[in-house]
Design a protein around this ligand. Structure first.
Ligand code: FES
Length: 146
C-alpha cells in the first residue's frame, strides 16, 4: 500500500469508528414500554429493557413511558445496573416534545439539549427537565409521580 493510500485509509477509519458508534447509539429504536399504574407510581418491568433477536439478548438503554393521561412521554433511561433516570420529554424552553438519541435529549424546535438525567447541556433552554424519582424491586422499576 502506498503511503498516501495508507494515510487516507487510516483517516477514514479514525473518522468512521466514532461516527459509526454514534450512529448506532442514535439509531436505537424507540420503544414504548408496557406500563401499569400503582397508586402514585408508574410500574415498568425490568424485562422491558431487553428483547431477544436471533436467540441473542439485546439490551435497550432506554424505554419511553406514556399513559393516556400524559401529554408528553417520560424517558426511563438505564444509567447503570439497577440505576434509572426518569425525565419528562417536555422542553423547558417553549414546550416542544424532545427526541431521544445519541445519549441525549434534543429539542427539534430550537436545538436545546439535555443530558439523560435531565440537565441542560445546551440552550436556549435554561431550566432542567422535570424528573421523577425511581425505585426498584426484584423485577420492577417504579416511577414516582407525586
Ligand atoms: S422549545 Fe425546545 S429549544 Fe425551544
Amino acid at each position: 500500500m502506498k503511503r498516501r493510500k495508507f494515510i487516507k485509509t487510516c483517516c477514514y477509519s479514525a473518522i468512521g469508528i466514532p461516527l459509526g458508534a454514534t450512529l448506532l447509539q442514535s439509531c436505537e429504536a424507540i420503544y414504548y414500554a408496557t406500563t401499569t399504574k400503582d397508586a402514585n407510581r408508574l410500574v415498568v418491568k425490568k424485562s422491558e429493557f431487553w428483547y431477544t433477536k436471533k436467540d441473542k439478548r439485546v439490551n435497550r438503554s432506554f424505554v419511553l413511558v406514556k399513559t393516556e393521561s400524559m401529554e408528553f412521554p417520560i424517558c426511563l433511561y438505564k444509567i447503570d445496573v439497577d440505576v434509572y433516570s426518569a425525565s419528562l420529554l417536555h422542553c423547558t424552553h417553549r414546550g416542544c416534545e424532545l427526541n431521544v438519541g445519541g445519549g441525549i435529549y434534543g429539542c427539534p424546535c430550537h436545538g436545546s439539549e439535555f443530558s439523560v438525567t435531565g440537565k441542560v447541556l445546551e440552550g436556549p433552554a435554561d431550566r432542567d427537565l422535570k424528573t421523577f424519582k425511581t425505585e426498584i424491586d426484584h423485577e420492577n422499576i417504579f416511577i414516582l409521580r407525586a
